[in-house]
Each structure stands twice: as C-alpha cells, then as structure tokens.
Design a binder for this molecule. Sequence first.
Ligand code: IFM
Length: 457
Amino acid sequence: MPNVPPLNIPADAAIAQPSFLMGVATASYQIEGAADEDGRLQSIWDTYCDEPGRVLNGDHGDVACDHYHRWEADTDLIASLGVDAYRMSIAWPRVMDEKGRPNAKGIAFYKHLLDRLNAKGIQTYVTLYHWDLPQHLQDRGGWASRETAYAFADYADLMTRELAGKVTAWATLNEPWCSAFLGYGIGRHAPGVTDLRQTTQALHHLLLGHGLALAKIKANDPKAKRGIVCNTGVFGPRHDTAADKDATYLAYVQQNYWVFDPLMLGSYPQDLFRLWPGCEPLVLPGDMDTIATPMDFLGINYYFRTEIESDGKGGYQEAPHDNPVERTQMGWEIYPQGLTEILVDFNARYPDMPPVFITENGMASDDSVGADGGVADPQRITFLERHLMAVNTAMAAGVDVRGYFIWSLMDNFEWAYGYERRFGITHVDYTTQVRTLKHSGLAVQGYLQARKQRPQR
Ligand code: IFM
C-alpha cells in the first residue's frame, strides 16, 4: 500500500469537525450497467448512446461499473473510506413499468443496497432523477410535455412509499439545467434535441415535477430531508469592458438564476429572455408556488469557472482557452475561490436559502495503475483540499454549509465523454472491473480516520 499523507486540512477548520458531513457520490446510469436485466426499461441515455457520434468512442452504459452485480463489495468500499454519507440515484426505468406499475425486482435492488448502507452506519442521500428518463416518456414528448412532470410525481410517490425509513435525504432532481439546456437546447445530452423553446418549457416541467415530488416525499417519508441538487457556474469577463461585463451577467442569469430564482424566489429572471426572446415557458396558475415549495436543503454542484466575452449580438460566448490557468482533463479551469463566490452570492440573493450541501465537486484526470499497483493523482488531492477550504471560507462568511460530497466514488460513464474521463477517487479497470483506491482515495481515507480519532472541539 503506498504511503500517502492524509488531505491537508487544518484540524480547527469548521469543515474538519465531525458535524460537517463528508460523502462520496455516484449516479445510476453512470455505474449500474445491467441495462437489460430484471425488467429494466430503455432510458433516453440508452437510446442516445446508440446514435452514432453522440458519445466519445461509441461508449454506453450497458455494463458501466457493473455496480448492479457488485453493489455489496462497492458498499464495503464506501465504508472503508470512512465517509459519513453516500449520494446515489435511482434508475426510474428500473423500478416502474410502462403502465406505472412497480417493478419488484428493480425496487428490491435499491432496498438491499440502502439496507446495507444503513447497517454500516452510512447516511443515504438519494436522488430520484439523475437523467435516465424512461424512453417511453420521451416518446410522448419527454420533459417538454407537462405530462412528464405528473409522471415524475407518480414515480416519486412510489419510491418514497417503498423506501420510506431507509433514506436520510431525498433530492428530487440532479442538475435540471443540464437536463433542459444540454438535453433540449444544444443536444449534447439525451434526448439530443436542439430547440430553445422546448428548453425553457422542459426546465419548467422539471421544476414543476420537483415541486410535486416534494409533496409526495413529505407525505410518505416525513422524517427524511427534502431538497434538490443543481449545478452552478462561475464566470469572469475576458476584458474589462461594459460589453464583456454584461455578457458575464447574462451567463450568470442563464446558468444559475434561471434555475435558482424560481426555486428560491418563485419567478424566472426576465433577463433570460433578452438572450432567448420569445422563449418564455407556458406557466399555469399555481405552478410557481409549487416550484418554490420550501425545502430542507439545497444541493449545490460546483466544478469550474468560465471566462466570458460578448458575442457582439447582445449575448455571450466562452472566451478561447488561451489564458495560462490550471485545467483538468475536461479542460475545466480549476478555480476554488469560485465555490466561495457562488455560495456568498446565493446567500445574499436568496434570503430564505435553506442549509446547503455541496453535493458534487471533483475533477477528471487521465489516471492509470502504475507499476507499484498504485494510482497517483496528485492534482486531485490538492483540488479537493483547495475546494474544501473554499467551503470553509464561505462558512466563515456566514453561509450555512452542512456537508461536501466528492464526485465521484469511482471512475464511471461520463456521459458524452464515455469512459475516457476519470472522475473517481477509486480507479476502475473496465476490463476486469477491479477497483483500486487512487492516492486521492487514500488521502481522503487517512483524513477521515484522523478526524475520527481527534478529540472533538
Ligand atoms: O458526471 C457528472 C454528474 O453526473 C453530474 N454532475 C457533473 C459530473 C461531472 O461532469
């Protein structure tokens, strides 16, 4: 076993206290595999992966990390890290048939998994929708159709009845911005649609489904926490000009406020329609109240900063990557202070913001197993340290952050980038399915062991 020092976090930092929850995260389609087993239906990602040119190297989630068969050992792996919590998602196509009837075998998989996690004292943060919409619902319009919001509420109703008492915290959706904009706006995610009118309508239906699902969770599993997980973007102007500054503001509107304003303030930011004139969604009476239902927590995912410039047409575009900044395998700029900035910005903009969990943060690197059997990923270790300290700074500035989940427990199917981009603190050999804790995983494990042994403040 290589000798890797623990994460370098001062013992007196707020984030180093045992009350600050530390976890690892995954999602169903990215790890489960077993695409055709036990009655699982086709999802929009199965369809998208089958379309030539959509996913790098023609990769797909048919086998992924084979977690559906390796869940017991994977649970042991999670426990061995010493984390407080595990964030996972449920595959909708695995648990309901086309008529909305329960699929007992699929549901049993999640019951066993949650029972094992609970038996090991690991808190369970379960996301209902992490992008794997059943294809039969897409065939009827997907999220662009209002019916999908009600179908989602039915699915939430079923799962929260079946799994009540086993879940610490339910998140309705993961990153609805990605589902709407990447899926319906630029077609970089399933279902691969490129239509801005459908994009704003899809987001509206996702958020409506979220609000309807919150009521189901409250009724069926009242002791569990209820929230949502959203991605955030941090932006800076390329040039100190009024045009680039306005472009940067529009990037904030499109990537953050479009999603967070309806949830926290009950309205869409009108400046969005400067960017997308004529794309206002159809909103029925009562929808915005449903969407703005109070929650117990807000899950925030943060990864990188983007430099923005005006596109010369009243909109914005990403500036070329020709500035000398540190980047990850994804080409994403490493900008830890962005996490502080966005938390402080939201805390001021949303006076009723509930407690926050950082539900995803992490990075991809081109990791491989070395001659000594170890996986050296030094950039990820300092990435995690720097971002954890950025959370600490936000907490010192008054933001109520309760925990932090590393994306990801293990390398997995990175959507349009397939298996080439490795986000895990555990390396996965996709030929043998052997899991190897990377140096970052060992550093996290060492840090959490030391944290447990320290006398409490
Ligand atoms: O892998 C994804 C995850 O599914 C959602 N948030 C971002 C991660 C990295 O791209």
